[in-house]
Design a protein around this ligand. Structure first.
Ligand code: GRF
Length: 223
């Protein structure tokens, strides 16, 4: 295993913060070598802020509604992230689209999680749209942010089946459980300096090889 140092994180949130919680838990367990230097919410009522407080992690509200433009809002974010010596920006349920100003400031240093197998179902309500479409598998993706919506280079994906008795809610929960596993893993790859990017392709140095096995849903019976 590659050596690992603690990477300084700035976590951007807007809502419940369950992904923030999975990152905190992984740090506390010692499986993720990172320090959360600052949690920033654009939403003053985000439950994620309470999670940060409970773990004595510094948090801050930067409400986009109080800024005249997206760029002004982002300048405030950048100033805070820089002053907390953030090396990797982690978007965890952060519901704002970033402009080139922010992206240029942290090139390939911004991760996002999306609750679908990208490039399918980019944008909001991905789980419901996948469910309504009738897909047999869905899942989640951690990727670097670029100037599109959910389009940046893919770091890790997890696939879950859609079962015949699922609802959009049960599918969302199944996907969320996987989000909580792959996000800390992606950040740990970063902390270990194992992420190589070439164009759209991300390689994890010394990454485990996946099983070369097809998945079927419903499972094949006699073929
Ligand atoms: C998650 O599905 C995340 O992927 C999406 O928002 C949902 C809630 O995230 N973008 P969290 O509980 O606030 O981390």
């Amino acid at each position: 295993m590659a050596s690992s140092r603690n990477v300084n994180l700035g976590v951007l949130v807007s809502g419940s913060g369950s992904n923030l919680q999975s990152i905190i838990d992984s740090i506390e367990k010692g499986t993720l070598h990172a320090d959360i230097r600052i949690v920033i919410s654009n939403n003053p009522d985000a439950y994620a802020l309470e999670r940060a407080r409970r773990h004595k992690i510094k948090s801050l509200v930067i409400d986009h509604l109080t800024y005249p433009s997206r760029e002004d809002f982002e300048r405030a974010l950048i100033e805070s992230l820089r002053s907390h010596e953030v090396e990797l920006v982690v978007m965890a349920g952060f519901m704002r689209v970033l402009t080139p100003l922010f992206l240029r400031t942290f090139p390939m240093k911004i991760m996002n999680i999306h609750p679908a197998i990208l490039p399918s179902f980019q944008g909001i309500h991905a789980q419901e749209r996948a469910f309504d479409y009738g897909v047999k598998f869905s899942g989640c993706t951690v990727h670097f942010a670029d100037d599109g919506i959910d389009t940046g280079p893919i770091i890790i994906q997890s696939v879950v089946p859609v079962c015949h008795d699922d609802t959009a809610d049960t599918l969302r929960e199944r996907i969320l459980r996987e989000e909580h596993r792959i996000y800390p893993q992606a950040i740990q790859y970063y902390a270990e300096g194992r992420i190589e990017i070439s164009g759209r392709k991300v390689n994890i140095r010394h990454g485990l090889r996946p099983e070369e096995r097809a998945l079927h849903n419903p499972p094949l019976e006699s073929f």
